[in-house]
Design a protein around this ligand. Structure first.
Ligand code: DQA
Length: 151
């Protein structure tokens, strides 16, 4: 299985600054992602994704995000984690340390191009602990991140 973790304020997608983040809700994106990866076998027992497919966590709390990374990151059934840490990407050393602490690969995703926005968004302290980072491609970033973890 692959874990999909979304951080603070991403529960507001669809209503939150649609000119930046689009009009899809997080549920829309998660359902689209399930559909996108169905080719890899999201059904029971099959495919490279494993029998449990994708598992989704969203939290507005730094501690809960650290807990989710720890739990998924040491679960032998988890092949990798895709995380959009939201604003925590810009300053949470606790989330960076959690990513660096787990054996499974983690890929960071941002819907928007953080380098084309305010200067404080140009740095991600968490991305350096990840296998890679995708930004600016909207929901496609999550799909490409999942695919990269299945290679
Ligand atoms: C974001 C970018 C962050 O700078 C911002 O704080 C978010 C969303 C993105 O997906 O583009 O909450 O992670």
């Amino acid at each position: 299985m692959i874990g999909i973790i979304n951080g603070p304020n991403l529960n507001l997608l669809g209503r939150r600054q649609p000119e930046i983040y689009g009009t899809d809700t997080l549920e829309d994106i998660n359902n689209w992602l399930l559909d996108y990866v169905s080719a890899y076998g999201n059904e029971a027992g099959g495919g490279s994704l494993g029998s449990e497919g994708l598992i989704f966590v969203q939290s507005n709390s730094e501690g809960e995000l650290v807990g989710a990374i720890q739990e998924m990151g040491f679960d032998p059934a988890v092949k990798g984690i895709v995380i959009n840490p939201g604003a925590y990407a810009h300053y949470s050393l606790a989330i960076r340390d959690a990513i660096a602490s787990v054996p499974v690969p983690v890929v960071e995703v941002h819907l928007s191009n953080i380098h084309a926005r305010e200067e404080f968004r140009h740095t991600s302290v968490t991305a350096g602990a990840c296998r890679g980072m995708i930004c600016g491609l909207g929901k496609m970033g999550y799909a490409l991140a999942v695919e990269s973890l299945l290679l």
